[in-house]
Design a binder for this molecule. Structure first.
Ligand code: PMP
Ligand code: GLN
Length: 381
């Protein structure tokens, strides 16, 4: 049997969505919007299906999409990428992460991973033979400290896997933390694998800063994005890997046997979408921020201590002041059966020493869904 995968549980997102279905609950667990997504982008995909974009595209992605990714990041982040040598299209960020990790990590390499950790990272690090070194981040700020990095970086460090904006904590990391990480990656000659799928989903005027744009990081960073999050079309599974040619070349060798290509019709539509005006992206942030505020106010009126969300589709609440005497996991199991609202326990994002008092809610839903969930939870505290 496969030692890494055989005993893994079903991911918390799938498990919670199943519980939501079983209980006929409103699903504020797994992160996906309940509106249909931008019509022009969906129409572009439909036209591409009808007009013949249905056979294997180039392994690295359609040239027009690779160009659009390069143009998009130059415009939004001032990062210059050669579309042919430094950009690859993947089947979602999940595949991008696997391709990146498997291309960098060799048996015995240490890989620094931050908890809360997105659930796909550790199994892939282990499959590569890597040894995870965990950094535990804590609410309510989840900041990265020099002492924490000093404890884990060493001569065996090969890579870090870093998620920013951070799911589930909803933190958009400031330049100071990124510079600290950059300093350690350079001192210990480590590659930074950066999961930046939430890059466009930031609020209150906060901007995402890609680690690849921090001085010294250009040639040691693998930047990963996802059209699913950029366009609120989470089922599309169109991801991107951006990296210097020497890193991208190896990631492409893994990609060719994990997924090889990605639906060309969706690639056409994503290329179109990435060229949309700044207004589109700013409007999306504004609408999501409005939903965030609606859920945050409702939860806090009920009595839940809400931790401020700076980005992503998620906000978190801290159960510890409530004196409920139950873990986040028990709380989530209870509210899905008793109140018919599903949420995600943040402890699921820890492998050791879990934070057990924080629960994640997805607010990327229409007002009626949020209001009904709030009504149901009105006497939960
Ligand atoms: N990384 C993070 C932090 C995510 O939140 C998600 C999905 N929500 C992914 C990766 C996976 O992205 P994709 O659906 O493009 O595979
Ligand atoms: N990333 C999404 C979330 O955090 C879920 C993706 C998945 O189901 N694997 O909710």
């Amino acid at each position: 049997s496969n030692k890494v995968f055989a005993d893994l549980p079903v991911t918390v997102f799938e498990a919670m969505s199943q519980l939501a279905r079983d209980n006929d609950a409103i699903n504020l667990g797994q992160g996906f919007p309940d509106d249909p997504g931008p019509e022009d982008i969906r129409r572009t995909a439909a036209d591409a299906v009808l007009n013949g974009y249905n056979q294997y595209p180039s392994m690295m992605g359609l040239p027009e999409l690779r160009q659009a990714i390069s143009t998009h990041y130059a415009h939004w982040h001032g990062v210059q990428l050669d579309p042919l040598a430094e950009v690859m299209v993947t089947s979602g960020a999940t595949e991008a992460l696997a391709s990146a990790i498997l291309s960098v990590v060799e048996p015995g390499d240490e890989v620094i991973v931050f908890q809360p950790v997105y659930d796909s990272y550790l199994p892939i690090v282990r499959q590569a033979g890597g040894i995870p070194r965990l950094v535990r981040l804590e609410p309510p700020h989840w900041r990265i400290t020099e002492e924490a990095l000093r404890r884990v970086f060493n001569a065996k460090t090969k890579a870090i896997v870093f998620n920013n904006p951070l799911n589930p904590a909803a933190v958009v990391y400031p330049r100071e933390d990124l510079e600290l990480l950059a300093r350690f990656c350079q001192e210990f000659d480590a590659v930074a694998i950066c999961d930046e799928v939430w890059e466009h989903v930031t609020f209150d005027g906060l901007s995402h800063i890609p680690l690849i744009a921090i001085p010294g990081m250009r040639d040691r960073t693998i930047k990963i994005g996802s059209a699913g999050k950029i366009f609120s079309l989470t089922g599309w599974k169109v991801g991107f890997v951006c990296a210097a040619p020497k890193l991208l070349r190896v990631a492409a060798k893994v990609h060719q046997f994990l997924a090889f290509t990605t639906a060309p019709n969706l690639q056409v539509a994503v290329a179109y979408g990435l060229g949309k005006s700044d207004d589109y992206f700013l409007q999306m942030r504004k609408e999501l921020a409005r939903s965030r505020d609606r859920l945050a106010k409702g939860l806090s009126d009920i009595g839940f201590p809400v931790i401020r969300s700076q980005g992503t589709y998620f906000l978190t609440v801290d159960l510890s002041p409530l004196g409920l005497n139950e873990t986040d996991e028990a709380f989530c199991k209870r509210i899905v059966t008793d109140y018919k609202v599903a949420a995600i326990p943040v402890s699921a994002f820890y492998e050791e020493e879990p934070v057990t008092s924080v629960v994640r809610f997805c607010f990327a839903k229409n007002d009626r869904t949020l209001d009904t969930a709030l009504e149901r939870l009105s006497d939960a505290v």
